[in-house]
Design a protein around this ligand. Structure first.
Ligand code: PLP
Length: 389
């Protein structure tokens, strides 16, 4: 019988993308998927056009065009002094953080290895692990501040554990991991000889707290696989340019898989990405100020509408609890919202391995124009509470 693979059977289509499709079909305002509805910086558009015109149209070096790798190393040292990266041996340019994570897992894990993933999670990590033949092992972040229970983390480590995934600032909660939490994770990694896959793509969107790369903690350089991308920092999610920074030894595994998986990221967009990485400090200040303004429109509107809101310290999502609004579950509520008042969100259960943990939650994304957010705020005022039974 013709059938899909057992691996592919173990996960379903991304709920986030499904919600987006329904939103488009219904003409709803979409605060579902996390991508900007505003233009990217004009400098990047010009750089992309120039790169095509200058004939950067053939395969780049598979692990990344040299000017881009140099720019990544320079930006890393600029924002995280002391973190000196060898552009020849420690950087792999990939097709976005998405490819970065799966290429890293495929290149560094073996079948049967266990990977610790905090939940709620960005929904790719579990499937990434499964596709790599590894087994995700979920550790809950506890409300209200999405904290780690150190005992739960330590008990999650078994003799098969090889790695842990850390995403700070965190999608979907907006949590920014503190120095002491990162210290705990680093201790566990060193004690049990684990690899840390860090997803740092929201590192420039921090409203409270600071971004501390796990790689900069003592003894973590050689065991951290730091993944970042152009998508969020430069508002170019469609470019599909990202990078993986890790030790020369681990880079060999990442590059081997990356080579066979995709050969390389789009050559002209690699060249154009250099213009982004060279942006002056003012660019990052403005980016953050703009996101703060967006957050400050959405959050009060959600609270007024009756949502319990987890105030995000970073990234561009607001995780909410719908218990005061409805007895419906998250998926029913999210589908109803798309129809009336015409607002798309993501049901909370899609961020948990045990869907029941997310049944009273929905996530809103706010990388949107102010007018989109105002339209959303307007629609939020007309949410009808479902009749409680
Ligand atoms: N990692 C996290 C935590 C995300 O939220 C997203 C997109 O929403 C990605 C990775 C995808 O990044 P990229 O566009 O670089 O593949």
């Amino acid at each position: 019988m013709l059938r899909i693979s057992r691996k592919a059977e173990t996960f379903t289509e991304s709920v986030i993308r499904e919600m987006n499709r329904l939103a488009v079909a219904a003409g709803a305002v979409s605060l579902a998927q996390g991508f900007p509805d505003f233009p990217c910086p004009p400098e990047l558009k010009a750089a992309a056009a120039e790169a095509v015109a200058a004939d950067h149209n053939q395969y780049a070096i598979t692990f990344g065009a040299k000017p881009l790798r140099d720019a990544i190393a320079a930006k890393t040292a600029r924002f995280h002094p002391g973190w000196i990266v060898d552009a020849e041996a420690e950087i792999t340019v990939v097709n976005g953080a998405t490819e970065g994570m799966i290429a890293a897992m495929l290149g560094l894990l073996d079948p049967g290895d266990e990977v610790i993933v905090f939940e709620p999670f960005y929904e790719n990590y579990g499937p990434d692990a499964i596709l790599s033949g590894a087994v995700p092992h979920y550790v809950t972040l506890h409300e209200p501040d999405w904290s780690i229970d150190p005992d739960e983390l330590r008990t999650a480590v078994t003799p098969r554990t090889r790695a842990i995934v850390v995403n700070s600032p965190h999608n979907p909660t907006g949590k920014v991991f503190s120095r002491s939490e990162l210290g705990l994770i680093a201790d566990v990694c060193r004690e049990h000889d684990l690899i840390a896959f860090t997803d740092d793509i929201y590192q420039h969107l921090i409203y409270e707290g600071e971004h501390i790369p796990l790689a900069t903690l003592p003894g973590m350089r050689e065991r951290t696989v730091a993944i970042d991308s152009m998508s969020k920092t430069y508002s170019v999610t469609g470019w599909r340019v990202g990078w993986v920074i890790t030790s020369p030894e681990l880079t060999i595994g990442v590059r081997r898989v990356h080579d066979f998986l995709t050969v390389g990221a789009a050559a002209p967009l690699q060249q154009a990405s250099v213009a982004g990485l060279l942006m002056a400090d003012g660019y990052y200040d403005r980016l953050l100020a703009d996101y703060r303004e967006r957050r400050d429109i959405l959050l009060p509107a959600l609270e007024t509408a009756g949502f319990r809101v987890h105030r995000p310290a970073g990234a561009y999502y607001a995780m909410t609890d719908i218990r005061d609004l409805t007895d419906e579950d998250d998926v029913t509520f999210a589908r109803r919202l798309i129809e009336d008042p015409g607002l798309a969100t993501v049901p909370g259960s899609s961020f948990f391995s045990r869907p029941e943990l997310g049944r009273t939650k929905v996530r809103f994304a706010f990388p949107k124009k102010l007018e989109t957010l105002r339209a959303a705020a307007d629609r939020l005022t007309s949410i009808r509470a479902a009749t409680r039974t």
